[in-house]
Unconditional design. Structure first.
Length: 132
């Protein structure tokens, strides 16, 4: 059972267990599911990007982005003359690190410096394994 006032929104992939009961859910007469969903999505996206990074991404890298990262690119991307795009919001430094590593040479983190340093350190480790 879920306690608390008002409607709540949950990601299906985050539900770890559930129990089906015979209880019936009563939907209030004044409820507006569409309005709740719009407000919930808006609030989620407003709080999703908690950090900032200055990043350049190629068209090929941009095409590989999914979900919130692709939306952030579409919403805030600034095209550059060389075909790359500069973008700013990130979910967190940890998420940015992992996302950018997955894009390989198609992305360049310019700031903050600690993100650049962390990515540089991470890529040096496997690079050493391939050096003779």
């Amino acid at each position: 059972m879920i306690a608390g006032p008002g409607p709540r929104t949950y990601r299906v992939d985050q539900i770890l267990a559930l129990t089906v009961t015979e209880d019936e859910a009563a939907i209030p007469a004044d409820s507006d599911l569409a309005a709740h969903w719009r407000a919930s999505r808006s609030d989620f996206h407003r709080h999703l990007h908690r950090g900032e990074a200055v990043v350049r991404i190629s068209a090929r890298g941009a095409a590989r982005l999914k979900g919130a990262a692709a939306r952030a690119l579409a919403d805030t991307g600034v095209p550059e003359p060389d075909g790359w795009t500069r973008v700013l919001p990130v979910e967190s430094p940890e998420h940015a690190h992992d996302t950018f590593l997955g894009l390989g040479a198609e992305v360049e983190a310019l700031a903050p410096e600690d993100l650049r340093d962390r990515i540089a350190s991470t890529v040096r480790t496997p690079a050493r394994r391939y050096e003779s």
